[in-house]
Design a protein around this ligand. Sequence first.
Ligand SMILES: [Zn+2]
Length: 125
Amino acid sequence: MTGTGYARLSDDQAHSTFRALRWHETGGEPVCPACGCVACYEYRTRQLFKCKGCGKQFSVTSGTTFHGRKLPMRDYLMALAIFAINPKYMQILWTDPLGRIMIAIGLVSMAFGAMIIRKIVAFKG
Ligand SMILES: [Zn+2]
């Protein structure tokens, strides 16, 4: 499946695909991010899991960089799909000189953004 194929998935399909990608070692079965327990209850309606070991609730994005973001699941999958399914799309970033410049600009703007955020937080605090 291509990156554009993922863009047309419903949120439910996106969720189960994300599950399969995140917990591919267990065949899509949830693994507790807190204690690593594989025995979990599943609340299908809320797309939440509860660990039988430590009782913590978690979602498919808990403990990942995607957790707490407001973007729909599909957008994460797009990024994951491009990276995981076809790394060649990303490869141009470090094989092409222009790509390296893009990475550099990206890193600089990320650092700059982090600095600004820290200043805003500092002013408010
Ligand atoms: Zn647990």
